[in-house]
Ligand binder design. Structure first.
Ligand SMILES: [Zn+2]
Length: 431
């Protein structure tokens, strides 16, 4: 039994359910109105684009045959359960619904391109949200130039997303039933770790029911995860989650997060960043809205520069810069990377005990944190470490902002004049 896929399905379903609940308009309706010349027009009433996009993005893993949580894959797992979950009538019903959702024709035909509601949904998803799919992009682009067609494409995208969600509601109820009926099989997979020890607080007594995302989930849809048994629940849900929040909402990174994260895996929401003078928010996988407070609107400049647009603005942080708190969040990530790459036993080494105390807020750390301030943004996160005889040096690059530090108190690292020239600054972690 593939409980991993079932678990993924449940997680994604909860995200989609939140997006569904948040819809401000639930039903598509059409209004007719006439203009001054007496000509009659019709207009569809749809939820705002941001809400449609969010739901559409979150149901994609159910509609995409290549995904682990593709509806037919999940249904097959339910069919194959050791203790049968469905009666033959129920089986037949669900097969019918799935076939219908895959092959139902569109109400309005667009020339010969998209023939089913599903194809049109997938074209819109790939073409509108991720323009690197050139074929889908061209198909969609043609429709998007015509306001009436555009409305129909968006309406179909929304209706199809809702249909997929509705089927998921039914499948979810079967999944719950399957879990109850096949419980012994399920619990075996859940508690597979016997030698628990927390790499952060060293305790082995508490509960160890969850895995740990090495990088904050809201910064990257990372697959770098420590399995259960490495981090205790108390650390995971308490201090570590505070540190992750601090890092992912940090003013230096929050804007880049909005830029690079398609959607936040944990919450199923588009990312946003709030500054004292502005709010930056994704409203669609390829659209970002920047709201400046009126008095600071003057500080935005927009310049066309050949094929590029140059946008300049100044975001003012909401909190004073706190190098120690930021350092603790980075050390937390670093120790996790170490455990993930070299195994928990390496991370449990005594030489990291002072780093552990620092992460947990028990003490400061007698070393420095170096940060690059002139950055070329990049769409990924990476951690590189160099364990040496003296010290475990770490370079953590988040969307191009690089942090360098030592997980051990010695040697003390600092900025040399050459680094100062390239805008690297040093902050004490013992202040
Ligand atoms: Zn712990």
């Amino acid at each position: 039994m593939d409980w991993q896929k079932i678990k993924k399905f449940k997680k994604q379903f909860h995200r989609a359910r939140e997006a569904f609940k948040a819809l401000s308009v639930n039903r598509v309706s059409q209004t007719l109105y006439s203009d001054l010349s007496g000509e009659v027009h019709s207009r569809l009433i749809l939820p705002p684009e941001k809400e449609i996009s969010r739901l559409g993005v979150l149901v994609y893993p159910f509609a995409n045959p290549e995904s682990d949580t593709y509806l037919k894959t999940i249904v097959q797992i339910i069919f194959d359960a050791d203790v049968p979950v469905l009666t033959s009538d129920e089986k037949e019903k669900i097969i019918k619904i799935l076939d219908k959702i895959e092959s139902s024709k569109l109400l309005i035909q667009f020339e010969d391109t998209a023939t089913t509601a599903r194809d049109s949904y997938l074209d819109y998803f790939k073409g509108e949200f991720f323009s690197n799919d050139v074929i889908a992009f061209r198909k969609i682009e043609r429709f998007m130039r015509n306001p009436v067609m555009k409305e129909q494409v968006v309406c179909n995208f929304y209706s199809y997303s809702k249909n997929v969600y509705t089927v998921c509601v039914e499948i979810y109820s079967y999944v719950r039933k399957m879990e109850k009926l096949n419980r012994s099989d399920f619990s075996e997979e859940v508690h597979s770790n016997k030698d628990n020890q927390c790499i952060y607080c060293l305790s082995s007594g508490g509960k160890f029911t969850s895995e740990e995302h090495v990088y904050p989930e809201s910064l990257c849809n990372g697959k770098i995860i420590l399995p259960k048994g490495n981090v205790c629940d108390e650390c995971n849900n308490g201090i570590l989650s505070d540190l992750d929040n601090h890092l992912s909402n940090h003013e230096m990174l929050a804007f880049l997060k909005v830029f690079y994260m398609p959607i936040q895996q944990k919450t199923g929401k588009f990312p946003s960043a709030t500054y004292q003078n502005m709010k930056v928010e994704k409203t669609h996988p390829r659209k970002i809205s920047i709201n400046m407070q009126s008095d600071s609107a003057k500080s935005v400049t927009l310049k066309e520069d050949g094929n590029f647009v140059n946008l300049k603005f100044k975001g003012i942080g909401r909190r004073p810069f706190n190098a120690v708190f930021l350092g603790r969040a980075l050390y937390k990530v670093a120790l996790g990377v170490l455990a993930w790459q070299l195994g928990a036993s390496v991370a449990l080494n005594k030489k990291y005990d002072l780093a552990r105390d620092f992460i947990l807020g028990k003490s400061t750390f007698t070393n420095n944190l170096l940060i690059t301030f002139e950055v070329e943004p990049k769409g990924y996160i990476e951690g590189v470490f160099v364990p040496t005889e003296q010290g475990t040096l770490f370079a953590l690059s988040i969307y191009g902002v690089t942090f360098a530090f030592n997980l051990e108190p010695s040697p003390v690292i600092d900025v040399v004049p050459e680094l100062e020239k390239v805008h690297v600054r040093s902050y004490s972690l013992s202040a």
